[in-house]
Design a protein around this ligand. Structure first.
Ligand code: AGP
Length: 360
């Protein structure tokens, strides 16, 4: 086992560090299948997207991004809730099933019920030949390689990468952007491996230091707006999964409708900012938290105007809103990892969790 960890103390840390390479592999693997999936989506009726856990956060991101890039409505739902959505589906509709393992029973049940209603099924998985990919009409894949750590890391950032490309292709097939713009986007996505490498080296010390604060707290909020929301949700999930610190991800604007009641001096609140034009509103949310004595932490891109507004920050090396979701995920993964290690837990084997959930 120690050989397979290649010198890293845990698989999770190894897998975080593998991200630049496997994101590159995923980009290299953008095949004709992605084009077929996107052209199907562009000409479909309703689009639904379903997944569980981390894969759901990637799905929510796809829904938000596709609305922005292609002006297409994508209805995201958590797979175990499929009964509430399946009766809305018709023959012209498409379901996108997202699952790194391709074996999650909730997602498979959602897939089957939409398929029975005549919907076309597109899947995004990391495992060729997995049941979800076999049962879908159009399987596409990320190329993250096997993920051993129970907490999804590299499979999430490769899902984001794959779904950014899929969304851009939908925008092309709906006529929103032309071929030149599509290749320009591809060029931007291709910068991710290098930027991810730089983000990791920038975040290591920061995450180690801040994990000392986070690991001693009972509760942490992760707030974001727009494309920042799925990343905030993912940051919170990682922390609670492996460091057993209660963490909630919330839309920043919604925090004053309840969650703020818990905030007292020293309560950590992590702000994830992706979209420049939402920063003005995020300032208000930061101030609300600071007024209650919160310890504010920012995850920002270059050129963010929020840098001086928070107590602690990490700035990832880009200001490109298409790339920030992947890059801003990395410091959140490392923060959760070091918080778990600081508390003496094994981040690879969190209690009560299985890598693949095969019971409904
Ligand atoms: C992620 O860290 C979790 N362990 C979990 O939420 C996971 O994402 C979920 O069970 C879905 O798995 P899948 O992607 O294999 O379908």
């Amino acid at each position: 086992e120690s050989a397979r960890k290649e010198g890293y103390p845990h698989f999770m840390l190894k897998e975080i560090h593998e991200q630049p390479r496997v994101i590159g592999d995923t980009i290299f693997g953008f095949s004709k299948d992605y084009e077929a999936a996107a052209s199907t989506l562009a000409s479909s009726g309703n689009i639904f997207i379903t997944a569980a856990g981390t894969s759901f956060h990637a799905s929510l991101y796809f829904s938000l991004l596709t609305a922005r890039l292609a002006g297409k409505k994508v209805i995201p739902f958590i797979s175990s809730e499929y009964e509430s959505y399946a009766n809305l589906a018709n023959k012209e509709d498409v379901l996108v099933a997202v699952s790194q393992s391709g074996e999650t029973i909730d997602t498979l049940m959602a897939l089957r019920s939409f398929k029975e209603r005549g919907c076309k099924i597109i899947s995004l998985t990391n495992v060729i030949g997995s049941v979800i990919s076999r049962e879908s009409h159009l399987p596409v894949y990320m190329k993250a390689g096997p993920e051993i750590g129970v907490a999804a890391t590299k499979t999430f950032t490769t899902q984001l990468t794959a779904l950014t490309w899929l969304s851009s292709l939908v925008s092309f097939y709906t006529g929103k952007i032309g071929r030149d713009e599509l290749s320009e986007i591809k060029g931007r996505i291709m910068k991710l491996p290098d930027l991810a490498t730089r983000t990791i080296s920038r975040s290591e010390g920061w995450a180690r230091r801040l994990s000392q604060v986070i690991s001693s707290r009972h509760s942490v909020y992760y707030l974001g707006r727009g494309l920042g929301l799925p990343i905030a949700l993912e940051g919170a999930l990682k922390l609670k999964e492996i460091a057993y610190v209660h963490a909630e991800g919330y839309p920043a604007g919604e925090s004053k409708h309840g969650p703020i009641a818990l905030v007292e001096p020293g309560f950590p609140v992590v702000f994830v900012s992706i979209e420049k034009n939402l920063e003005r509103k995020l300032v208000g949310n930061i101030e609300e938290m600071k007024a209650r004595g919160a310890f504010t932490i920012g995850i920002f891109g270059e050129q963010s105007e929020l840098v001086s507004r928070v107590d602690e920050r990490i700035i990832v090396p880009s200001s490109d809103e298409l790339l920030l979701p992947v890059l801003e995920t990395i410091p959140l993964q490392l923060l959760a990892y070091y918080a778990a290690v600081a508390k003496g837990y094994d981040p690879d084997k969190p209690r009560n969790l299985a890598k693949t959930v095969t019971v409904e």
